[in-house]
Design a protein around this ligand. Structure first.
Ligand code: ZN
Length: 396
């Protein structure tokens, strides 16, 4: 087992990634999307200061209200869009370092404000309350947890944190018909046991430990199956389903227990897109489809089987997989591979991706977003000429 691996540098992925793979953007209305995209937000590091000018511009067309404060006293806002009878609540960045869905909800607001597709009908059918950044302290520090080191998605029952109480008070007051719990997931997830990243993952959470398919849970499943049908055209094979182990402390499970269909959407990796600008678009398209369904469709059919057919998320990806690494590293066992992951580090005003060797071993069944096979001379040349990887590993 090779353990003496030295991390020598930190790299910024966006200047570094080349990939061979799926760049399809088929018939997905890219031009229309680019027109409505909220260009004031980009990349991974999105914190509350970035939102202030956008929120200012939204008012007075849409109601922007301060609904509480974080542990460190940063404001938490909600935005109300539309005037219809069906009520939707969504929140993003409950985990501070999960900003992709925040970009997507501002795309959504811009689309609704600018007449994109059937925006006018949606605004007449729906009232949508969006909390774009529930954990502004975590967003500033680029951490999952809030400033008291609490995971807000495990605080739904006790509500020990001000951010948890803010969300619950909006839920109680607004009494939504449907909720969207918006997150990011790591690059390690594959959509099943195949070499396809889970660019999007979904869950209609359980409302009890028996994971009963209640009427509301089925509504969530129906919605997810419908979104999946549409998004498979854009990112075929790259949609996963989270396992439905019940945990009453998770917000989605807790809201399901209270009788409101609540779905989880996780933004994940798309080939080469470490800034998650492509994933952002697919989240936007998922949200748009979801709004159409909730607005115009009673969702009273039974798509449970189609929902279950979505492959379950697996943790089968490394950022970089180096196969047969013993050809280059003497201390590693013959045939073993290196599984390299990136740690996301906030440095200055940007997120840097620092590589580390997460695992060594045969790593059968694992995939890499980039893969090098040291049994192939051409890959060895690539690796040795690849400054950043070569510097990561102390070849000896
Ligand atoms: Zn999360």
């Amino acid at each position: 087992m090779y353990t003496n691996v030295t991390i020598l540098i930190t790299i910024v992925i966006k200047f570094d990634i080349t990939f061979v793979g799926d760049t399809r953007d088929i018939m997905d209305g890219d031009q229309a999307y680019e027109k409505i995209k909220e260009t004031a937000l980009s990349g991974r590091y999105i914190h509350h200061s970035h939102l202030i000018p956008i929120l200012k511009k939204l008012s007075p067309a849409w109601k922007v209200e301060e609904i509480g404060f974080s542990v460190k006293g940063l404001p938490i806002e909600k935005i109300t869009v539309g005037r219809g009878p069906t009520k939707i609540l969504m929140w993003s960045q409950m985990h501070g370092n999960e900003s992709t869905t925040t970009k997507a909800v501002f795309d959504l607001i811009k689309a609704l404000s600018s007449g994109y597709s059937n925006a006018r009908d949606l605004l007449e059918s729906l009232t949508i309350v969006i909390i774009p950044m529930l954990n502004p302290d975590g967003a500033m520090a680029y951490t999952r947890l809030n400033a008291n080191d609490i995971d807000l998605n495990r605080d739904a029952q006790d509500r020990t944190q001000p951010e948890s109480r803010v969300l619950r008070s909006v839920f109680d007051e607004f009494s939504p018909d449907f909720c969207f719990n918006l997150h990011d997931q790591r690059t390690i997830y594959s959509a099943g046991s195949v070499p396809r990243p889970a660019t999007l993952s979904f869950l209609s959470p359980a409302a009890d430990s028996n994971r009963t398919v209640t009427e509301n849970r089925l509504k969530g499943m129906n919605l997810i199956a419908t979104i999946n049908n549409e998004l498979q055209l854009l990112i075929p094979g790259q949609i996963g389903r989270y396992d439905d182990a019940f945990n009453a402390n998770c917000v989605g499970d807790a809201f399901q227990m209270l009788g409101t269909p609540t779905i989880l959407i996780e933004a994940g990796h798309f080939q080469g897109d470490y800034e998650r600008e492509k994933t952002r678009k697919y989240v936007f398209k998922s949200l748009w489809k979801a709004l159409e369904c909730v607005a115009f469709d009673p969702l009273d059919f039974d798509h449970e089987k189609a929902y279950i057919a979505i492959p379950e998320n697996k943790k089968y990806f490394f950022d970089i997989l180096v196969l047969n690494a013993h050809h280059l590293i003497k201390k590693i066992d013959t045939g073993d591979a290196l599984g390299i992951l990136y740690k996301e580090l906030l440095q200055g005003d940007a997120i840097h991706f620092s590589p580390f060797v997460d695992r060594t071993g045969t790593l059968d069944g694992y995939f890499g977003h980039l893969t090098y096979d040291c049994a192939k001379p051409e890959d060895v040349i690539l690796l040795k000429n690849h400054d950043r990887i070569a510097k990561l590993i102390n070849f000896s």
